[in-house]
Ligand binder design. Sequence first.
Ligand SMILES: [Zn+2]
Length: 740
Amino acid sequence: MKKLNTPVVHHLALSAVMLAALTACGGGDSGGGASFGGAGMGALSSLTASAEDPAKAPEDGAPSSQESSLAAIDRSVKPMELPDTVWPINYKLWFRPDAALKTFVGRGDVEIEVLKPVDAIVVAAHNLKFANGRTTLRKLSNPSEVIALVPTPQTLGDFVQLRRNDGQIAKGKYLLHMEWDGKIQFSDAEYCPPEEMARNPFCSAATGVFKVGLSTPEGVSSDAIVTQGETNYARQWFPGWDEPAFRHSFEISAEVPGDWQTVSNAAQKSAVKLPDGYQQVSFEKTPSMPMYLAFFGGGKFDVLSDTFKSPLDGSEMPLRWFTPPGRSTWATFAMEWTKVAMDYYYNYTGIALPFKKFDTVAANDSYDNKPNTGFGGMENWGSIFEFADRVLTKPGDTPTLYSVTVVTHEIAHQWFGDLVTLDWWDNVWLNESFARWFDRRTTIKFHPDYYSFSDYVLDKHTVIVADLKDTAVPVQRNLNDAGSFGFISPSIFVYNKGSHVLETVQNYIGEEAMQKGLQIYLKDYAFGNATPSRLWTSLEKASGGKKVADIGDSFIRQTGVPLLTVDAQCAGDRTYVSISQEPFPNQNAYPASTWTIPVTLAYGDAMEQRKTFVMATSTTQLELPGCTAVLAGPTGQDYYVSNYSTQSWSDLLAKAQNFADNKPLLLNIERDAFRLLSAGRVTQGQYDQIKGVLNLPTTLLAKTEASQQKMMAQDAGGKEDYPHALRYQGSLKLRENHKR
Ligand SMILES: [Zn+2]
């Protein structure tokens, strides 16, 4: 999702609004025999048909009907907090809000598999009240025998044990029936009391099932409900297994007022009028997916419709933007951009989305009782949610940068997060860094007037400043010290540093290998879970065995920024280059000492030659032909700072005219020099000379100075905190410190 970070101002170099958009998202896998949408299934159909029980833990043995070509691939991961003994297969969910939209009643009929005898089935539930005497279990092989279960809240956390009156629950497949009532959230004031806000400044009532007020341009309001599941808020909607390790299909239905438009992950199957003026709406079975991506929206929406034609097979899929009444034309730009972005992602991934339709729900909230909304958009699979006031554009107005980036960000998640989902929340960067990387790249490609590679350089340097402070944390956290759910903080590291690391990796292996590697990753782990090693392995496969894992891990698992110092000396007709690496001077609590860095050098008469190598030691030497100046990092995008010996700076600056057209590079050299000045590694005189020679265009200079002011303000602000926004509601198990 795109997460809002109102309590702490991290800023992207461009605008606060842009940083206002941090998010996290999820994924899905395919339940056996699930009826996926008919459209766009070509690329995935063989995978979905073969991944019968993809969520099973490894010790359960291989899924029964795997195709032989896929048999070696394990898409599953183990759950972290819930037991791995009971696995959901298909969840039939029904719910009905009350007329005042304050509460709702719900029912679930869940096909489950109990893998070994257990004392209890454990489900996650928060603010839900189980109906007395209504929880039952039936063996699929003997459905006439009804086993009564007693819901028993655990003393610690949000988990409810469903127990028999006596005895264990035997191994086998069952249908679990549950009934409950729950609360429709409305205001931050009620949901987030002061003590909660003190603990979690990102607390927001926009969780579980919540009410908003859709408003027309004339200011007429009407009630609507929407849901928000990430990270562990779906458990406020229905009891279940809300860890990303549990992927299963859903069949969602609801009873809502008869004049509502409704939307969910899968296509609507039916709408039946009820005698009391309500309607029963039912949606098709979803692909297998994690619970946090389940979505329902209902209200007096207007709908802007269009069609997306797949570039893969020419098939057509309905596209819809649900807007507040009277505002459907406000989604015109967003709809066009949706089509462009979808086309890009279909082409890039080679994989069609497994849905018959694709929706975005844009709701506003005239009640304004959730000022601390906590997120800007959410990548629910097949049905993205956005806050209308940020993403819709009044006819005649110019779309904002935020509205441009949030649309492509959430669409990127449909593959990176939804099709392949993080294994656990400490790896939320596997969702967010990709969505950020793609929202930058697609905006640069299709809306360069909004965002450029120069802006990307400035963003990188904003991350670098944050990464040198004592509050810096690794992109991939170790949850042993942090807890469990709710781990998504609007961290500049999870979203932005990760995207710069991906850019660095791509600069090393090349765009073609990057795309091919990501296609392998998406195909191999479709409807399954991502881990860093699964990602690195896929990229290594596509790049002929380049050491992506060593590089990636050294940047993802450590704080700080490498500082390269280059000294190039000419002797005869050769240039002898010495390069050293050290941590850029920092206040990191646990500073890194060495990185595995992919280094590209530019050299030659016109600086047109390239030499790329991996540096894993503190110093290295190499030779280049001819007498030449040397530049490290010719794209300007790699995640390190470059310094040079005095002579090498002079030689490099003498060649500056050769990259006068490469504005991102010019900017990066200037920004590196500025950071070196701030660390006392170059003198003011040297910096002035560098800046003078680079002769940055006025527009870039203005951006640089604005960026500089922000960084100085950030530095002057002292300790800047990146809170965990931890909503620890489970019985924490210290995780095994194994490499996943
Ligand atoms: Zn996101």
